[in-house]
Structures are given as C-alpha cells and as structure tokens.
Design a protein around this ligand. Structure first.
Ligand code: B12
Ligand code: SF4
Length: 480
C-alpha cells in the first residue's frame, strides 16, 4: 500500500466497495436466485458517504468479467478496496484483492465467507478482514489509511503479521438500526435490476432488510456475522424506506430479506397498521417461521399485500426437526400451510434431505407432507455442512473431498458420508420433482389418472430404485 501524499490527505478518503458475484456463473441462479444488489454494500456505502468518505460500488452481478472493476480502480484510485465475500465467489474476491493491492489500495474483505474463514482470506492475499458488522469498522479503516496510519488494533479488524493473526478488540454492534442511512441505491445500477424484474414479472422489485440477526439456533445454520443477536428497525423507519423505494424507483413489490421476518408480534402488528394507513400499494414477500405465522396474522398480512412466503419446513418428521434443533412442530407446519392456502398466499417450502439421523422413513414422511399440501414452490437440498455450524462439527470426520473443493454447492452435492449414497438423495430429489409436477397436473387431469401415475412411481421407488440405490432388497416401510 502506498502512503498518501499530504495533498491527498486534504481530500476525503476514497473507498471502493466491490460485489464479486456474477449471476452468469451461479449454478443456482436460473432456478432460484432472484437478483438484488447486496444490502450489506448499499448500507456500507451510505454510511461512509454520510461520514464524508468518497465512495463507489462496483457491482459485478451483470458483468461478464473483471473489466468494470479494473476500469474503476484506475479512474477512482481508491485508498481502500472493500470486497463482499461469499463462498461461491471467493476466487474472484482473491483476484480483486490482488489487483487492488497492485493498484496501491488496502484490500479489505468482509461478509459471510471472510467471517467464517478469516485466516484463509488473510493468507490468500487480503490485507484486512472485517468478520463482523462493517459500517463503523470500515469508516475507521478508511480514516486510518487516509492518515497514513496502521490499522492494527482497530476494533473489529483482523490482520496477519509474520504469520500471526492480530485481532483488534471486538466491535460492539450498532445500538440503533434506525440511525443507519437509507441504502445508497444510487451507487449501483438499480435500473438494471428493476428492468430485469419488470421484463420477467411485470413488477418492479427491490429488497429491504428490517432486522439483523436471528435468535433461533438451528444446528445447520451459519450466522457468522450477527450470530444469535437480534436487532430490528422501528416499523416507522421501515415504512420510510418503502416510501423512498416507491417514490424514487417506482418499486411495487418488496422482498423482506430478514433471516426471519416478524419475530416480534407487537412489531409486526405495528408495521401492518402503518402499511394499512400509508396505502403504499405494495405487494411483498418474506421468509418466516411456521411457529410465528399464526392464521390471524397471515390474514392481516395478506390484506396489506403479502403475496408469497418462504417457509423452512425442512422435514416431515418431528424426530428430524428436533435433531436439527429447529424448534418447530409438525402441527405448526400443517396449520400454517393450510392457512396460507386459505388466504391464497403462495408458499415456497425449503426442505432438506440427508441430515444425520435421517432414515428412509423420515424422507418418506417428508414426501407425504409435501404431497398433502402441494406447495406452489419448493427447494429440496441435500444438507450442506457449513463451516462454523454444529452440523459441520458433527460430520467433520466424515467430510468428503468435495467439501473442500466445492464452491457453494447449493445443496446438490453430498459433502459428507451420510446414511445413504448421493444417488439415493438425487433420486429422492427427483421424486419431489415428480410430486410437484403431479400436484400441478391435478388441476388439468382427472384425479384418478394423477393418483395412478403416483402409485406407479411409488411402486418403482419401493421395488426398484431404493433397493438398487441403497444396495439391499428390503423395501422401505412407509412413514408419514
Ligand atoms: C437476503 C439474502 C439473499 C438474497 C439477496 C442477496 C443480496 N444481493 O443481498 C438472495 C435471496 C437473492 C440471496 C442469494 C444468494 N445467497 Co444469500 N443471503 C441472504 C441473507 C438472508 C441476508 C443477507 C443480507 O442482506 N444481510 C444483511 C446485511 C446488512 O449483512 P451482510 O450482507 O452480511 O453485510 C454486513 C457484514 O457482513 C459486513 N460486510 C459485508 N460485506 C462487507 C465488505 C466489507 C469490505 C466490509 C468491511 C464489511 C462487509 O458489513 C455489512 C453491514 O454490517 C444471508 C444470511 C445473512 N443473515 O447474512 C444469506 C447468505 C448471505 N446467502 C448465502 C448464499 C450462499 C447465497 C447464494 C450464493 C445462494 C446460491 N446461489 O447458492 C446467492 C448469491 C446471490 C448474490 N447476489 O450474492 C449465504 C452465504 C454463505 C457463504 N459463506 O457464502 C448466506 C450467509 C446464507 C447462509 N447462511 O447460507 N441471498
Ligand atoms: S435457520 Fe432461520 S430460524 Fe434457524 S437459526 Fe438460521 S436464520 Fe434463524
């Protein structure tokens, strides 16, 4: 890193933030991933700007290569390049760090992957990792670098010197999320996102975050940045953001990106009251837990525009929900799925196969639950042991080579020695696919034809596929 000249120091510090994610390379993108700019970077950008830092964002989501970054590096001449990291994008993040340093900037990594693998990022070429909440820390880093001083010892910062990690003291979380400025949407190409949405769905969609963290403790969930802490913005502040999106960008559909939306009942009640009063005419969607989505709440949510809910159903076996420490009951899943159907709200189920302890009966119970409620959308993944989770700890000795190589396998590859071979899980995923197709066909074909196809498929599964894939001839017992 070059020391800034005194003349440079009279101008504001310059920070360039980069999202290395490129949609064209994401194996999940075509099927599930819906594109929004990183809320983390938008908030960091807004915070830095409020504190008189000159800031830019290079968002590579729609890019084909690194040229937009290299051009900006040359024209903007940042003192700090801050890169958002996800496992999927780490090779590009490292390349960006290399180029940033060659251009004389300090390379700083933040976000979920660097938070989990701090040492790796430092050894592989980053000068600094910020594993926690980034706003106040990146501001301090920018000020130090601008003043030509070392960042060692800055709260929330980790560096590597002579092979040793030096951690600054922990940085306390921001106390009041309402103090954060509105995201700096103008620093990215919102038009590209909104046009894409409008072409695909006829809606202008944007993402909003109302809280940080999650107090629950599912054993496979990775929460490297905010852990089990939980803070939320006031409903009034949320409405301010919604109004700005509508007025500035004509947004008419919002995705609430909170880990779990509406954890506090008084909070969600107040937000719904404000939405009723404000008449923003927005449709919206969120991810929520079945234990929180009481039928009367769902009814009110629907009335204020709730169009789709993502629910982590995970398994149709209570035993598995308990093993995952999910904290939900099957009865709650059933109650919520029925209420969503009644209200006409689309439901997207997350299901997981292969978690330790799961038997063929448990998988069958999940399939039967799926069959009963026919959610409009779903994703069935093979359990991914993410480093830092209790699940990962549990299967550490049984990780397969792929676990070390795979970048964001997205739940399609078996990364540890599970109860059954990968082919069995792949086959089970295909069964859910068939089940979903049959669910849709029910509207068009006669019920007897649909159940006949289902029976043939079940028989094939029991008599041919499972014995072949599991390697034994005993047909599995039916669960559910
Ligand atoms: C909303 C969300 C999405 C949305 C929107 C994504 C987006 N563009 O922002 C959708 C559904 C589209 C999505 C997609 C994907 N997601 Co996602 N997503 C989330 C979720 C729930 C919240 C992210 C968020 O907005 N957080 C709030 C902001 C404020 O926090 P933050 O981004 O972490 O940023 C803060 C700090 O980390 C830090 N920070 C972040 N970057 C930087 C950079 C610097 C320089 C500094 C100093 C600090 C810093 O400061 C920020 C402010 O305090 C997280 C889970 C979670 N709670 O983090 C998963 C999560 C980030 N997603 C994940 C994954 C895997 C994906 C996908 C790759 C899935 C896939 N395709 O397989 C895609 C990638 C898409 C993309 N554009 O990157 C993983 C990442 C795990 C990993 N180690 O890589 C997470 C952690 C979920 C999980 N537990 O598995 N995702
Ligand atoms: S899976 Fe969802 S509810 Fe469970 S700990 Fe993670 S974020 Fe919280």
């Amino acid at each position: 890193m070059t020391d800034p000249t005194p003349a440079d120091r009279r101008s504001p510090p310059r920070v360039l933030l980069v999202d290395p994610y490129m949609a064209k390379e994401d194996p999940m993108e075509r099927k599930f991933v819906e594109l929004y700019p990183s809320l983390g970077l938008l908030t960091l950008g807004a915070y830095l700007r409020r504190h008189a830092v000159e800031v830019g964002i290079v968002d590579l989501t729609f890019a084909r290569d690194l040229r937009p970054f290299t051009a900006r590096l040359r024209s903007f001449r940042p003192e700090v390049v801050g890169v958002h990291t996800k496992t999927l994008t780490y090779p590009r993040a490292l390349e960006i760090a290399r180029r940033a340093r060659a251009g004389g900037a300090l390379a700083v990594a933040g976000g979920p992957d660097a938070a989990t693998r701090t040492e790796f990022y430092l050894a592989a070429g980053f000068d600094v990792v910020v594993p926690g909440e980034g706003e106040a820390t990146i501001l301090d880093i920018a000020a130090k670098v601008h003043a030509g001083r070392d960042v060692v010892g800055v709260p929330g910062v980790v560096v590597r010197r002579e092979g040793r990690l030096l951690r600054g003291p922990p940085r306390p979380f921001l106390k009041d999320l309402d103090e954060l400025p509105l995201p700096a949407w103008d620093l990215v190409d919102m038009g590209a996102y909104l046009d894409q949405w409008e072409r695909g769905t006829g809606e202008r969609r944007a993402a909003v975050l109302t809280s940080r963290g999650c107090p629950f403790d599912c054993s496979w969930c990775s929460k490297p940045t905010f852990g089990r802490s939980f803070r939320q913005q006031s409903p009034e502040r949320v409405v301010e953001e919604l109004r700005a999106l509508r007025d500035r960008y004509r947004v008419d559909y919002v995705r609430f990106c909170d880990d779990v939306f509406g954890i506090s009942r008084p909070w969600i009640d107040r937000l719904l009251t404000l939405l009723e009063e404000e008449e923003l005419h927005l449709q919206w969607e969120c991810l929520a837990r079945v234990d929180l989505l009481k039928p009367d709440l769902l009814h009110r949510m629907r009335a204020t525009g709730l169009a789709r809910v993502y629910v982590g159903v995970e398994s149709g076996s209570q035993k598995m929900l308990d093993l995952m420490n999910r904290g939900t009951r099957l009865a709650q899943v059933e109650r919520t799925a029925a209420a969503l159907r009644k209200e006409g709200i689309r439901q997207f189920w997350f299901l997981m196969l292969g978690y330790p302890g799961e038997t063929l009966e448990d998988i069958e119970a999940t399939l039967q639950l799926f069959r009963r409620f026919s959610p409009e959308e779903y994703s069935v993944s093979i359990a991914v042991p993410i480093p830092g989770t209790r699940f990962h700890e549990r299967v550490r000795e049984r990780l397969r080579g792929a676990a070390r190589k795979t970048r964001g396998a997205g739940g399609r590859t078996l990364l540890f020695e599970a109860a059954y071979p990968e082919s069995l899980y792949r086959w089970q995923q295909a069964r859910f696919g068939l089940e979903a197709a049959l669910g849709k066909a029910r509207a068009r074909l006669s019920p007897s034809v649909v159940s006949r196809i289902g029976e043939v498929a079940d028989r094939f599964h029991e008599q041919v596929a499972t014995p072949l894939l599991v390697g034994k001839r005993t047909p599995p017992r039916r669960g559910g």
